[in-house]
Design a protein around this ligand. Structure first.
Ligand code: ADP
Length: 382
């Protein structure tokens, strides 16, 4: 019996030890499973974060205006965004296929010299100006190429250069004339005072001309930055305000002026700039019409638009000149423009005011018979 009890005791102890070991093993297994789950979810989180980072990088790269090309150390293209494809008009896979060749050279130079290289060149069809900056980004020779389309910036630069050259030329003529008249007056005061009046008149005329050019240039540069669209403007009222001055100018030149305006909706915009538009168009019509001619100004509402039409029976504009008349300082008849006090900037001002107000202009003309400018401006919606 004792023996039996001893055996049972041993069996019980063995069983307890066994169960305890099993429990410990199960506990270890549970802990390691939990550990594994934790590792998996942390890896998943990291992966999601990486995916999010990748997506964010892709979004940034694809929405950039600048082209981005990442060239690896062995000449493979590791990354290229949509803008780069657009600018380069191709999707190269290796540096050797990158066009234009000048950009390949820039990348190689940047990798070899470990400093940025910038090239600007005209390329493609239709041709555009591209500016590429090759920037070394890694010791191993990886280079980032950033490509920008600078065509518009170069065009604006050229326009500005031309404007400065033209404006200087335009200002030089009256300035020289003023100087000559002043010198003549200075000697005439001593030698021949009776000769002074015509030179004094010349002085005044040219000074007025100079100040007109400066004032038009200032208006133009203000309008290039945009109009201050901030009020309801009644074109009918603007015409009424200008009427007396315009009638006087027409009478002086023996021109019959008629102004016909029906009630029209207002235009959302700048009264100051819209009156420049009205004034320049009607002044031109009067200036380019011979005595005995007519100028008809009419204002009407058509659908969602306000239409201003200025028609004259004047000298007309040759068809081939029509596309150029809105350019700064462009004149069809230089002598007539000068003689009637023109600056060559009136229609440029008109074009900018119309564009700033979201409108359009149409010109029809017949040489020797007359011209009609029709301006359409969107009516204010509220
Ligand atoms: P300008 O001060 O010389 O009149 P604008 O810019 O106002 O300059 O006009 C440009 C040119 O367009 C004028 O020089 C003139 O040759 C032509 N032009 C403008 N309006 C008329 C018109 N109503 N009839 C005939 N020619 C016109």
């Amino acid at each position: 019996m004792e023996k039996l009890l001893a055996v049972v005791g041993v069996v019980a102890v063995v069983a307890i030890v066994f169960v305890a070991r099993q429990l410990r093993a199960a506990d270890r297994a549970r802990r390691s499973a939990e550990e594994r789950d934790r590792t998996i979810s942390s890896l998943q989180r990291r992966l999601e974060e990486l995916n999010e980072d990748r997506r964010a990088t892709e979004t940034v790269l694809s929405s950039m205006e600048e082209g981005v090309v990442l060239v690896g150390s062995v000449g493979g293209i590791r990354l290229i965004n949509a803008a780069a494809e657009r600018h380069l008009q191709t999707r190269p896979t290796t540096l050797a296929r990158l066009q234009p060749v000048a950009f390949q050279d820039a990348v190689r130079k940047a990798a070899a010299g470990r400093s940025s290289v910038i090239v600007e060149m005209e390329t493609g069809n239709p041709s555009r100006w591209l500016r590429a900056s090759a920037i070394p980004v890694d010791e191993d020779g990886t280079v980032l190429l950033v490509v920008r389309d600078v065509t518009e910036a170069r065009r604006l630069e050229a326009v500005r250069r031309d404007l400065v050259a033209n404006a200087s030329h335009e200002l030089k003529t009256p300035a020289a004339s003023i100087q000559a008249a002043a010198e003549t007056i200075r000697t005439a005061v001593r030698d021949d005072p009776a000769a002074i009046p015509p030179f004094a008149e010349q002085l005044e005329r040219e000074a007025v001309r100079l100040s007109r050019i400066v004032s038009d240039l200032l208006d133009l540069s203000r309008l290039e930055a945009g109009s201050d669209l901030a009020e309801h403007v009644s074109l009918g009222r603007l015409l009424q305000e200008e009427r007396e001055r315009l009638e006087q100018a027409a009478t002086e030149r023996r021109i019959a002026l008629s102004v016909r305006d029906e009630p029209t909706p207002s235009v959302w915009g700048s009264a100051r700039d819209l009156s420049l538009l009205v004034r320049n168009l009607v002044d031109n019509a009067i200036r380019y019409t011979r005595p005995g001619g007519r100028v008809d100004v009419s204002l009407s509402g058509q659908g969602e638009e306000v239409v201003l039409s200025v028609a004259d029976t004047g000298v007309g504009i040759p068809t081939r000149e029509l596309p150029r008349i809105f350019e700064r300082f462009y004149r069809v008849d230089r002598a007539r423009s000068r003689e009637t006090g023109g600056t060559g900037l009136g229609l440029s001002i008109v074009k900018h005011v119309i564009e700033n107000h979201g409108g359009t202009v149409n010109v029809t003309s017949e040489l020797g018979r007359g011209t009609c400018f029709e301006v359409r401006l969107p009516a204010a919606t509220t």
